[in-house]
Design a protein around this ligand. Structure first.
Ligand code: NAD
Length: 509
């Protein structure tokens, strides 16, 4: 697990802070850090506003969310311009975030009424048909959403809009490195005429702890190391958590794959957002028969890439020097153990925290670049002798977020996909499962716990389930109460056992 977190947190965050661009080092703006002692008061306000928000029902909430989607669409340029300044992203990378959130809102406003409606459940056995069983989805009052810096819009709002749709209030804790984008997104919520069910806590570890200590549910996105700390803290109050954590996603290129397509996908999947994407392609396993062709196509693509913040570039800066240092360490370790940099292999000259897009070959699992999350613009490629070897190596990881398989035979790729230990597999594509809001997006092993999206589940996770069991008829009620004779109780239990055994006896034949 990469413990990036503590490196970045020069506590305490008090008074105001200056946010600088990682691409130019110029000042982007000032942030007022929240005093953690104010968090209980903020949460009390959210709790009170949430009651009306929940009571107004899904239809009315959908209207507010729709207005927010429109606001996001109308302010896309302003948001992206701030994003670029705050993170050093290229314009094409920054342009991916707002549309994703509008898409998610659009899905929820269409589905939320049905997903959140009380659900009738059938009786499990015929003799229980006397009961009417209903499951109600009641919002958790305050959801704390703790987010990383790599997608300051998408990672902050993907879960937030689901929690709001479910009828919760949301307490946001953006990354201390991208607080300004979060402030703009809150302004949009207010400008959309929405009630006070969203607030922001700005800061570092102490801010996170205050959010965890005061919320009813925690949606955390970030590194696996911090996720474990958040879960430990939440356990003190038995607060449920959903954790979206780090990854070391493998791509498998089979011998019948469209090599041009696989190479384009690998390069984009690895370099998009300077490799600072949880589901980026972090390592590739290529069947020997197509290895040389694949490496040549990848290197050709990578050498055409342009790096820089804003317009005219493919990808931008790394968020800061500490993130760049992880990439430098992984590349140095690989080179020292016998790998070769087919292109790149060092930081870019000049100002800003830029690292050259790097392709590493002759790599193996003794190297950190194949086993630890790099989160940088690197693409290590390993030659394998068989599909079984590719699967074994792909699964040889503490992470299990997502993966990609390339093959001309989709059925063959699907058979490989279900042998990979991870939360999602894209076939002949990368990262695209993120747009499939009907499917769950979550990780196995140290990549997470729970999932976002997943159809109705994406909203229901923000609710507590309440079962209401009502009589359909007075007949049979109270058969096991003390006021019945012991003989009658015995008769009833014998009858229940016989009735319950009908199914197992039939199935056991
Ligand atoms: P991080 O864990 O350092 O920070 C995430 C959040 O936790 C931030 O808000 C930060 O302020 C807070 N935090 C940091 N250290 C803390 C501590 N010791 N105690 C309490 N809170 C702390 O992660 P990051 O560097 O901001 O983001 C990169 C990581 O996030 C990568 O591992 C990446 O894979 C992961 N990520 C996962 C997903 C996903 O959906 N699975 C999405 C994006 C990023």
């Amino acid at each position: 697990m990469t413990a990036t977190s503590d490196v970045h947190l020069p506590e305490p965050f008090t008074g105001t802070g200056t946010i600088k661009s990682p691409a130019t080092d110029s000042v982007v703006g000032e942030v007022r850090w929240t005093d953690p002692a104010d968090v209980p008061r903020m949460v009390a306000g959210l709790r009170s506003a949430q009651q009306e928000w929940a009571a107004r029902g899904p239809k009315s909430r959908a209207k507010v969310l729709a207005r927010y989607a429109v606001w996001l669409g109308e302010h896309r340029e302003e948001i992206e311009s701030l994003l670029i300044k705050e993170t050093g992203k290229s314009a094409v990378d920054a342009a991916q975030e707002v549309p994703l959130i509008i898409m998610v809102i659009s899905y929820y406003i269409k589905t939320m009424e049905k997903a959140l409606a009380p659900e009738s459940r059938p009786a499990s056995l015929p003799f229980l048909a006397i009961k009417k069983i209903t499951v109600h989805y009641r919002p958790r009052p305050v959801v704390g959403v703790i987010a990383p810096w790599n997608y300051p819009v998408a990672n902050l709002l993907m879960d937030t809009v689901g929690a709001l749709a479910a009828g919760c209030s949301v307490l946001l804790k953006p990354s201390e490195r991208t607080p300004l984008t979060a402030e703009l997104l809150l302004r949009g919520w207010i400008d959309s005429g929405a009630p006070d069910v969203m607030a922001i806590v700005q800061g570092g570890r102490a801010a996170v702890e205050a959010v965890v200590d005061n919320s009813d549910y925690i949606q955390f996105t970030g590194s696996s190391a911090t996720g474990a700390k958040v879960m430990e803290r939440a356990a003190r109050r038995l607060t449920p958590v959903s954790l979206e954590l780090g990854g070391k996603d493998p791509m498998l290129v089979l011998d019948d794959a469209d090599i041009e397509l696989a190479a384009h996908a690998a390069v984009w999947g690895a370099m998009f957002n300077a490799g600072q994407t949880c589901v980026s392609v972090e390592r590739v396993y290529v069947l020997a028969a197509v290895y040389d062709q694949f490496v040549a196509a990848v290197v050709r693509d990578v050498e055409k890439l342009s790096m820089g913040a804003g317009d005219g570039h493919d990808f931008g800066a790394m968020i800061d020097e500490s993130q760049l240092a992880v990439t430098e360490r992984h590349v140095a370790d690989a080179l020292a153990k016998g790998a070769t940099a087919a292109t790149g292999g060092r930081r870019a000259p000049g100002p800003g925290s830029f690292y050259l897009p790097t392709v590493l070959v002759d790599v193996d699992h003794s190297m950190a670049c194949m086993t630890e999350e790099t989160f940088g613009p690197t693409l290590p490629i390993m030659k394998v002798a068989s599909v079984d070897e590719a699967i074994r190596l792909a699964n040889d990881s503490p992470y299990g977020l997502s993966a990609a398989v390339f093959s001309a035979d989709v059925a063959r790729a699907e058979a490989v996909a279900v042998q990979l230990d991870c939360g999602a597999v894209n076939i002949n594509d990368v990262i695209s499962n993120l747009m499939c809001t009907t499917a769950p997006m979550g990780g196995w092993k140290t990549s997470g716990m729970g999932a976002r999206f997943g159809g109705a589940e994406g909203l229901r996770k923000f609710c507590r389930q309440e079962a209401v069991v009502a009589p359909r008829t007075a007949v049979g009620a109270g058969g096991n109460y003390y006021n019945n004779s012991p003989k009658a109780l015995k008769r009833m239990n014998t009858l229940m056992t016989k009735l319950a055994l009908i199914g197992p006896k039939r199935a056991a034949r």
